[in-house]
Ligand binder design. Sequence first.
Ligand code: IPD
Ligand code: CA
Ligand code: CA
Length: 280
Amino acid sequence: MHKPSQNELETLLEIATEAVMTAGVILQDLWGKLERIEEKGRPGDLVTEADKTAEAAILGILHRRVPQHQVLAEESGLLGVAKSDYLWVIDPLDGTTNYAHSYPIYAVSVGLLIEGIPQVGAIYDPFRKELFRAAKGLGSTLNYRPIRVSKTTELSNSLLVTGFPYDRQETQDTNYPEFCYLTHITQGVRRAGAAALDLANVACGRLDGYWERGLSPWDISAGIIILEEAGGKISAYDESTLIIESGRLLATNGHIHHVLSQALDEALPWLQNFYQVKPF
Ligand code: IPD
Ligand code: CA
Ligand code: CA
């Protein structure tokens, strides 16, 4: 297994940073000026010229700086050298629905998997001018200052975040029972609409936990390493090892990981029971 040196990781982190900052300027420039908003297939799954222009800029940077690496980009698919152990995973605009409605929660996310493991990540929120970065073993930062996850140990004291998949009209696995139950037993569950920022906000302690299904590798690759390096924990819902391609992830400050995993399991029976008892 290839273990990159600290020098190499620092260089790769600089490349990720250049990519997210460049795309961030493009997103800011196009903010509120969109002329075309298209649906990608499923209702509500949007793509705009901002997504495409930002992605083209990131691809240009990666092509110039690491032409020997492979790239998976949300709008362009898999590109580059198939044999490479290095896979850059790009979301040029995470939170497209928010962006298209001028709701200011969105980000650029650039992660790097080496032999399938997230090792470098950068997420930039152009609206708040917040840059989250991490590389394996080098810690996580927000605007170049170290960040850590929260110390919350009880679900009843926690503030969580989640999201709802674009396929929610085609499946019973909607996340609605989980959202209701966790809203009932915590201080709140937010639905911010940008998975990369959800992970970044758990990493810096603003939120205590996050779960979601139906995610794509570009939503989470950068956020995983940023959260891990900030002391957080990531797994599948049942606490087994996360498989990125499964798109189903539980991410917490570590302290509430087990109880949140259990609560996700309890959600459906709780909701069924809730509606069977007499109305208040
Ligand atoms: C979406 C956002 C949203 C999440 C969706 C993602 P996009 O990404 O991260 O929070 O709930 O599952 O697809 O489409 O805005 O890049
Ligand atoms: Ca996304
Ligand atoms: Ca996107």
